[in-house]
Design a protein around this ligand. Structure first.
Ligand SMILES: N[C@@H](CCC(=O)N[C@@H](CS)C(=O)NCC(=O)O)C(=O)O
Length: 372
């Protein structure tokens, strides 16, 4: 075996991030579903016992579980090919990684699970394909799908929030469309780590399931093109003047990104505040939590209000594992750069993300995120 094996699935949100990275970095890989005996006996034990996708197996037999860890691994190996080096762009790249990986779950799950007339048969087929061959494949697939329906509700997509989720999403499509009408990628002529975070919800769910795909094709053709572009090895810049693989010069941040972030902040910031509060309360009650304990997916519901509607959403410690990387990047800047970045984040109502922290740190051990 001399290629990377990517364990994933076409409809998996997080697989979309790792796949796009491997493609753009020009790495030779083979994608397969994690349904074989080899996965069960060799790969999952090396992945901390957790069967999540994406997980990769390198030609040397090393196993890396978690999309952020996979990107980190190759960024370290290839000289940080997709990590901008100027202050504002560094912060935005990391911030979009959090937003994509954790901040778009509500629309991604709403447009997947609340439109059975459009999506159901498509999803059935895919869920069955992910199950190991053998007896009761259909029942197992239905059970897995039902778990995801429950997750959709846990992320706050329930009937009382549908109208709000859809209003916010249609405006988001517009803002993204405007940006990708001017720029091929978030920060100019080549993708950054933030683009890989953002492709997670916008490929497997929002750019592929029948219902949201039809919305994207109707309302946001330039965003649709970015989704295609992120899954192609070439830069795929045909419709643009820009033909170089460079980030925008002079740490420029286009106005379209500021407007986009300002819109995303409407629910991202109150949700992050509510989650921090909920998780910190939980940590207060967990005095005996031993260092090295793996993170739970969620530890309660954060409650917050957006445009007069209350949303209750799963408070996920992993969001803060990624957010800390934004905060660490900020902490490493000189005073002048910090001022510039703080000004930019204030302009898009995102300044609070620099201060929203958990009372306990999170690290990685044995391919799992753990409490320090
Ligand atoms: N933090 C992980 C999350 C991966 C994840 O949740 N993947 C989903 C599929 S999109 C999954 O495998 N869920 C089952 C599980 O976590 O056991 C990452 O970024 O890779």
């Amino acid at each position: 075996m001399n290629e990377i094996v990517l364990y994933g699935s076409p409809l998996s949100l997080y697989t979309g991030r790792a796949r796009s990275y491997l493609i753009k970095a020009g790495l030779t890989y083979r994608e397969t579903t994690p349904t074989t005996e080899h996965t069960r006996d060799i790969v999952i034990p090396k992945a901390g016992g957790r069967a999540s996708v994406p997980t990769i197996e390198t030609p040397e037999g090393e196993v890396i579980r978690d999309g952020a860890a996979i990107v980190d691994h190759y960024e370290n190996m290839n000289g940080h090919l997709f990590s901008p080096v100027t202050p504002k762009q560094r912060i935005l790249s990391r911030l979009f990684d959090v937003i994509g990986a954790e901040g778009m779950l509500r629309p991604a799950m709403h447009y997947r699970w609340n439109f059975d007339d459009k999506n159901l048969e498509f999803l059935r087929f895919h869920f069955q394909s992910m199950m190991p061959r053998g007896p009761n494949r259909e029942e197992k697939a239905d059970a897995a799908a039902n778990q995801m329906r429950a997750a959709c509700m846990a992320f706050g997509a329930v009937p009382v929030t549908f109208e709000l989720v859809e209003t916010l999403y249609l405006e988001l499509l517009q803002k993204l469309n405007l940006h990708f009408a001017d720029q091929p990628y978030l920060l100019g002529g080549k993708p950054c780590v933030g683009d890989f975070g953002m492709i997670a919800p916008f490929y497997g769910h929002l750019g592929r399931d029948p219902k949201p795909l039809s919305l994207m094709q109707k309302h946001a053709v330039r965003l649709f093109r970015w989704v295609e572009r992120m899954n192609r090895p070439e830069l795929d810049l045909g419709e643009f003047e820009i033909q170089d693989a460079e980030y925008l010069p002079d740490d420029d941040v286009p106005e379209t990104l500021i407007k986009l972030l300002k819109h995303i902040a409407i629910d991202f910031v109150p949700e992050t505040k509510a989650a921090a509060h909920c998780i910190n309360d939980w940590l207060d009650s967990q005095k005996d939590l031993t260092p090295g304990t793996p993170l739970l997916r969620g530890v309660g519901l954060g409650s917050f209000e957006v445009h007069g509607t209350t949303i209750n959403a799963l408070a996920q410690p992993y969001r803060f594992y990624l957010l800390k990387r934004v905060q660490d990047e900020y902490a490493s800047l000189d005073d002048q750069s910090k001022k510039g970045v703080a000004g930019m984040l204030s302009a898009c109502d995102m300044k609070a993300v620099l201060d929203l922290k958990l009372t306990r740190g999170i690290g990685r051990e044995n391919n799992l995120e753990v409490w320090l």
